[in-house]
Design a protein around this ligand. Structure first.
Ligand SMILES: [Ca+2]
Length: 217
């Protein structure tokens, strides 16, 4: 092969390798609430890109995002338990939390480290927001279950896209659970809200597991 031709072949090969490298580097476009909590929960918003926020409904259980506010206080080892929490101090037990070890709540089954948990206050919803960094469609898979069957009357839960209800239900006290699978269009800045409300004003034993995976398309 002539030197000039060989040089062209090598340049073409190098360009091809370069283009291949660019084409295989894609963002994950998936958001796992537990993973985000475990990789840094002491800021609010939290998670890579700060897509998640711990919030509460300042007006009660209105399901109206205009009333949702950021949880103001981070409390490591909330209540002396292996459970880091964002809370609203003026409302007893209104928290968004994540166990930092195996969490025992009374005689209930142990709750694993990294399990997303919400506890509403008296008449006030606990809320997690995910704010979309992408334009497109997402699939949301969530499982909602009662973490404390020791007392109370269960909870209601909802998933909202901005002010629009995508899914919801009521979980009776005990170990019952619901599964939500929804698909929705999103724009950059669209919010999805994951809401746990006390089912009336009875908030006792309302610790609720809300496991969430969001996958973009
Ligand atoms: Ca309740």
């Amino acid at each position: 092969m002539k030197p000039v031709l060989l040089s062209r072949v090598l340049v073409a090969a190098a360009l091809s390798l370069s283009l291949t490298a660019i084409a295989t580097a894609a963002p994950a476009y998936s958001w796992n609430l537990s993973r985000s909590m475990m990789n840094g929960f002491n800021t609010n918003p939290f998670g890579t890109g700060q897509t998640w926020s711990a919030m509460y409904d300042a007006a009660g259980s209105t399901l109206n995002p205009a009333n949702f506010q950021m949880m103001p206080s981070f409390v490591p080892s909330y209540g002396g338990m292996v459970n880091d929490a964002w809370n609203f101090p003026a409302s007893h037990s209104l928290i968004v939390s994540v166990p930092t070890g195996t969490l025992m709540l009374g005689a209930n089954p142990p709750i694993s480290r990294g399990t997303p948990m919400l506890h509403p206050g008296p008449g006030k919803s606990s809320v997690i927001r995910w704010m979309s960094p992408i334009q497109g469609h997402v699939q949301v898979l969530a499982r909602i279950s009662d973490a404390n069957a020791g007392c109370g009357n269960g909870v209601t839960w909802n998933i909202l896209r901005d002010a629009v209800s995508l899914a919801g239900g009521t979980i009776a006290n005990g170990r019952n659970g619901d599964v939500a699978h929804v698909q929705t269009p999103v724009s950059r800045g669209t919010s999805l809200y994951f809401v746990v409300s006390p089912n009336g004003n009875d908030h006792v034993c309302d610790s609720t597991i809300f496991d969430v995976l969001i996958a973009g398309q």
